[in-house]
Design a binder for this molecule. Sequence first.
Ligand SMILES: N[C@@H](CCSC[C@H]1O[C@@H](n2cnc3c(=O)[nH]cnc32)[C@H](O)[C@@H]1O)C(=O)O
Ligand SMILES: [Zn+2]
Length: 432
Amino acid sequence: MKTLLIKGCHIMTMVEKEKPWIGDILIENGRIVRMAEAIEASASTVTVIEAKNRIAMPGLINAHNHASMSLLRAFSDDLKLMDWLDKKMLPAEARMTREDVYWGTLLGIAEMIASGTTAFADMYVHMDAVAEAVQDSGIRASLTRGLVFLQDDGGRRMTEALDLIDKWSGAADGRITTMLGPHAPYTCPPQPLQEVSALARSRQIPLHIHLAETREEVAKVREKYNQTPTEYLHELGMFHDNHVLLAHAVHLDLEDIGRLRGMRGGVAHNPVSNLKLGCGIAPVTELLSQGVTVGMGTDGAGSATTLDMFAEIKAASWMQKLHYGDPTVLPAEQVLRMATIESAKLLHIDHEVGTLEVGKRADLILIDTNKPHLSPLHDLHSLIAYSATGADVDTTIVNGEILMRNRELTLISWEEIQREAAVRAKRLVEGL
Ligand SMILES: N[C@@H](CCSC[C@H]1O[C@@H](n2cnc3c(=O)[nH]cnc32)[C@H](O)[C@@H]1O)C(=O)O
Ligand SMILES: [Zn+2]
């Protein structure tokens, strides 16, 4: 039996309104089996982590990503989203081989593990390679083959999407789950969108889609269908009896927010990507007040340039405070819950992860507070939300397995990833 004992840490469970306390965490066979003030190591205990000055919290969950786009980081910044996508990303992506996607995804995963992310939702191509990277690295992920329906491809994308689901759902000790991923309202006409929604409903597969990211998108959809993007999806019946993960949801009017009320799934807020692309401020406070689940993601490193969820946590809270001119909006504990348990709900894995609770999977991180910018220890939620960065995470654990210890990756080799990524990244963007 694999046993891990973490001793003497501040335990921040992220269960609503629970105050942090100091104690030990016992992990057996990938699950948290006990949390108490003092737990003695037994003979079968394999590993003991002395965690004085550390804060233990649930691993962060990145609810919207294209991990392999890490290969395109800092290649074409400061462009409008549609130019960025059409002129830079899509041509570079058209060159990507399966091996490129494997190494690109590992690059993204290395960054995620090193900044305290233990699960992510990914929409991309060559998803077999993404799944293999998830399997090899020990992280958890919800995977979907992105479906753009602009040209007839003889059903190839859809076949790949279904193959991913059949082959990888529940794989890697249950670390891999899958979704169906129509890309966005402006790349998916009504008929295929309706078909994918119906298929998702009949097979009870969650959906993952971009929504209302830019003003241009709103104008495009208005011109084509005389509807808002949210209305378009709603009228097609997508939200009816489907779990839907909506990425962005920046441009929603009050009626749109009403359309999302009571939906299964919810919104993945990507504040840094929205800021950097000048998209706008998503109506997070209104969505929350209507009871819509709001989690958090980074989007690909091609736009956000970093996969550090601590940057998203700060941006999310500060954007709402700025928007309302009110510092009481989106407080520390709530924004941390968005990056953990609320994101877990979007990935449909909240029964297993997202809080530190006995019986749940041991997906957790240790943050080293023995640093000037993390002292003193007044309110730990505030400290983590507003002062910590990904580089303060010193240990990352998924399913009870240590993926990073004292900032050293354990299962994957940074040297190898760096070497492979550098060569591939160069080839992908040559001449673009
Ligand atoms: N191009 C693929 C579909 C890939 S799905 C994931 C796509 O989302 C794209 N993407 C990344 N970030 C964003 C974003 O912020 N908005 C819209 N699309 C994005 C990304 O470039 C990638 O092409 C095909 O035709 O089969
Ligand atoms: Zn995206």
